[in-house]
Design a protein around this ligand. Structure first.
Ligand code: SDX
Length: 430
């Protein structure tokens, strides 16, 4: 098919032919890489509303249709037929593992769940009431101080070693942050358990009694990990890519991603959403909060609603609602007032013209807080769980970036609106 192009007519009678890149799926892109050098003009796109930062084969989101694919597989089918480590394997390698590959991959990841004993001492430096995302940002970044032996990321071997170390250790790092915050003894991983089962045991067991794993909760958490595993070029993934584009090591890049994910507009929305539901408290208060969300002079937003890409239901929100229902049923919490409140809030918002006209639907964070609270995960830890799962996607995106033949350091330009050049006045003249 002949390549399409667009013509840009510039004021000084200059024209610029812009090739149009046709994707496998999604919107065509104007290739403006040569615009600056050939026309001395830049483009401006604060917040990257209309700008693609890379070519990627990993994840596709159709915001209008409300679809999400990992390597072409719809999220609904992956959530039904796979476990999280199979999905992590898929994101990294591009294909789902066969039975032998699945067993080998699970075995190697689970056998990297221990952290260096000196790293455990690292936690002593934090206040017990430190936010666990602050602890994670610090501890994950500190991992790069322990692995000088694998820092040549041009080699597949060093990339793979760092990958399994980060994926294997995330559950341990997070569980230890929780145990430290409540003054309980740290539980070492049990490599006989599944990835999700190991995390639940490290979070909720103690040395004084046998831990009984609930398979329904174990599977629910695994699905929650799958739903959060990747989401193309969101803010934290773009942070990981930009950090990695300078050649920074993956431990530092993932720490940067964790820091970005923490924000309430991004991964911190699940914690903010649960706090919002607790603040609303009763169904009768919903109209007041809907009114606040619509008030331009009030910076209150309905947390867990809206999305830069989805202008339809976030498919993950639908799946999360199903998981939430299953967990509440299993724990005999089906009358959970917060779940009922969330469902009523969703119903009222989706019938309100403001939300309909702005195409604001529940996103992945709307129900995830309710189900995590029911499982016993403290509100402050919700975004840590998000970061645990997104580590699989961040690492796959980081590896795609550093192995991309087009790879170069990311360095956006700007529109300078400051002072013209001027002379520095002497101190007595200022
Ligand atoms: C995640 O990008 C990803 O893929 C992220 C993520 C992932 O998996 O990585 O999906 C995870 O971050 C999900 C989003 C979690 N955040 C929240 O739930 C916080 C609440 N949502 C909003 O802050 C907002 O919707 C964003 C940040 C998610 C999206 O913001 P945009 O795309 O910049 O859109 P916007 O803020 O410009 O909103 C457009 C309009 C505005 O009104 P107008 O100025 O046009 O009049 O919609 C309004 C906004 O005020 N609006 C809301 C709203 N979200 C947007 N109004 C009330 N409540 C909301 N939640």
């Amino acid at each position: 098919m002949t390549e399409q192009s667009a013509v840009l007519n510039l004021p000084n009678n200059q024209t610029f032919q812009i090739p149009i890149i046709e994707p496998v799926a999604g919107k065509p892109c104007l290739d403006i890489r040569k615009l600056g050098s050939q026309t001395q003009h830049f483009t401006y796109d604060s917040g990257f509303l209309s700008t693609a930062s890379c070519r990627s084969t990993i994840t596709f989101i159709d915001g209008e249709q409300g679809e999400l694919w990992y390597r072409g597989y719809p999220i609904e089918q992956l959530a039904e037929k796979c476990n999280f480590l199979e999905v992590a394997y898929l994101l990294k390698n591009g294909e789902l593992p066969n039975a032998q590959q699945k067993s080998e991959f699970e075995n190697i990841v689970v056998h990297h769940s221990l952290i260096h004993e000196q790293l455990i001492k690292f936690y002593q430096g934090f206040r017990r009431d430190a936010h666990p995302m602050a602890v994670m940002t610090g501890v994950v970044g500190a991992l790069s101080a322990f692995y000088h032996d694998v820092m040549d990321f041009r080699t597949q071997q060093d990339r793979d070693t760092s990958y399994v170390r980060l994926l294997g250790k995330m559950p341990t790092i997070i569980a230890l942050a929780y145990k430290y915050s409540i003054g309980m003894p740290f539980m070492y991983p049990d490599n006989e358990l599944s990835y999700s089962g190991n995390f639940l045991r490290m979070m909720f067991s103690n040395p004084c009694e046998e831990f009984k794993l609930n398979p329904v909760i174990e599977r629910a958490l695994d699905i929650i990990f799958i739903l959060h595993a990747d989401h193309e070029q969101n803010a934290s993934t773009s942070t990981v890519r930009l950090a990695g584009s300078s050649g920074a090591n993956p431990f530092a890049c993932i720490a940067a991603g964790i820091a970005c994910l923490w924000g309430p507009a991004h991964g911190g929305a699940n914690e903010a959403c649960l706090k919002m539901l607790e603040e609303i408290g009763d169904i009768k208060n919903i109209p007041h909060y809907i009114k606040r969300a619509k008030d331009k002079d009030d910076n209150f937003k309905l947390m867990g609603f809206g999305h830069r890409v989805y202008k339809n239901f976030d498919p993950r929100a639908k799946l999360m609602k199903k998981v939430c229902h299953q967990v509440l049923q299993e724990l005999n919490l089906q009358d959970d007032p917060l779940f009922k409140l969330a469902m009523e809030l969703e119903k009222i918002a989706l019938e309100d013209d403001y939300f309909v006209s702005k195409q604001l639907y529940p996103n992945v964070d709307f129900y995830s807080g309710i189900v995590q609270k029911a499982i016993g995960i403290p509100t402050k830890m919700f975004t840590c769980v998000f970061a645990l799962a997104r580590t699989a996607g961040w690492l796959a995106q980081w590896e795609e970036m550093i192995t991309d033949p087009e790879y170069k350091i990311g360095r956006p330009r700007q529109i300078y609106v400051g002072h013209q050049k001027r002379d520095v006045p002497d101190l007595l003249q200022r």
